[in-house]
Design a protein around this ligand. Structure first.
Ligand code: SOE
Length: 396
């Protein structure tokens, strides 16, 4: 009889679906010693959590997240609500002594992120943040190649996360309101590439050397009375029937930085980068070689080995879908591709490994790890708003 852990998911929406799929699929592809039970999903009354539970095989539906978290049967709380609703359930889970996982960014504010990190450490509970891209096989390979010294000392890191969905026609929603989101493209997308490049390189940012941020679409239509549940769900204080609401967060944020080994880096997050659907990409240049990745071609990692004889040096495009690469062997035979959803299933597996006292396939981001990513994001916003360079030692 394998061990089980009852999971309660707080929230629904896009991440609710990707997490539900992961908790449901992990037992089919990885057969972990500690099996997850999709015990309860929380949603607000009008979100109809019972309907969501039926579609995604959750055993129970709840409209009271405080009660759900206190339920003694629950062992792991998984938070997928919008950024401003990460800290309250996370702190309740920690107070109840339960393991807690949370979507990125860890919170809408640095203060809450710090408090979550400190509370989890003080309580000694396991905490996780769903930086799912670490588990893309090509990214896990990049992590291994850097640790094996295959690119030598890192000199440059340049990363972009470019999307195009937030054009002028997109109506107002929680992601455009500072109190709900914290920031726009910056916290949503730079969070991923700051985490991913810190994870791969093992380097830490020491200084933000300039940042620029812009909100191109200054206000967005609040559909008169016919806001979708998603828009209404977290915009309750936006008067339905209002013509437009002011956008309070960035559409695009770029920043430059220096790392603790002297390397320098550039980061770009944009939601109106026309033609880029989900271009989460990086290039890392070292003294012995370089790595390139683009999530829009997610099964490949490009590697340049500068130690080869000059006449035959060139970029090798490695298809990371053979069983020699992390996770892949649990899905399909060599050469069969995997996709976005697999990163979440692989992460559910690694969470279960860690909760079972086993070592995850690649390291998981804890609340403290995610807090340190949030510090970089905050320092970049300070740099942009005050038009100055910012030393990370000044951002706690
Ligand atoms: C933004 O549209 C978004 O959903 C991010 O919030 C996710 O973290 C990313 O994985 C996909 O794009």
């Amino acid at each position: 009889m394998s061990k089980t852990i009852n999971v309660a998911m707080i929230g629904q929406g896009f991440m609710g679906r990707s997490h539900s799929n992961a908790w449901g699929q992990v037992k089919r592809f990885f057969k972990p010693e500690l099996m997850p039970v999709l015990h309860t999903v929380y949603g607000m009354e009008f979100e109809n959590p019972k309907a969501f539970a039926d579609v995604w095989d959750w055993q129970n539906a709840s409209t009271n997240w405080e009660e759900t978290i206190k339920d003694p049967a629950i062992g792991l709380i998984d938070i997928v609500t919008p950024n401003f609703m990460h800290a309250p359930p996370a702190q309740a889970a920690i107070a109840a002594g339960k393991a807690v996982a949370c979507e990125k960014p860890i919170s809408a504010t640095l203060e809450e992120a710090r408090e979550m990190s400190q509370a989890a450490e003080k309580a000694g509970v396991e905490s996780f943040v769903w930086f799912c891209y670490r588990r893309t096989p090509a990214v896990a390979l990049a992590y291994k190649l850097v640790r094996d010294g295959m690119i030598g000392d890192i000199r440059h890191i340049r990363a972009t996360y470019l999307q195009e969905w937030a054009d002028d026609s997109v109506p107002f929603a929680w992601r455009f309101k500072k109190a709900y989101a914290g920031s726009g493209a910056h916290g949503d997308l730079n969070a991923h590439i700051v985490d991913m490049t810190r994870f791969i390189s093992g380097l830490e940012v020491t200084e933000i050397c300039g940042a620029i941020t812009e909100t191109f679409v200054k206000e967005r239509v609040v559909p008169d009375g016919n806001m979708t549940d998603e828009e209404l769900r977290y915009s309750k204080d936006i008067k339905t029937g209002a013509v437009k609401a002011a956008v309070e967060v960035d559409d695009t944020t770029l920043f430059l930085c220096r790392f603790d080994n002297g390397a320098i880096g550039s980061y770009e997050a944009a939601r109106q980068a026309t033609g880029n659907y989900n271009r989460n990409a990086f290039e890392i240049n070292g003294t012995k070689g370089s790595l390139k990745f683009n999530f829009e071609d997610m099964n490949y990692l490009e590697f340049f080995d500068a130690t080869r004889p000059r006449p035959i040096q060139g970029w090798t495009k490695i298809l990371c879908t053979n069983a020699v690469h992390p996770y892949v062997g649990n899905y399909w035979p060599d050469g069969h591709l995997i996709g976005y959803e697999h990163g979440f299933t692989s992460m559910a597996y690694d969470i279960l490994l860690q909760l079972n006292g086993q070592t995850p396939t690649v390291p998981l981001a804890s609340f403290t790890d995610a807090y340190n990513t949030q510090r970089v994001l905050e320092a970049a916003l300070i740099s942009a708003n005050e038009k100055k360079w910012v030393n990370m030692s000044d951002v706690k």
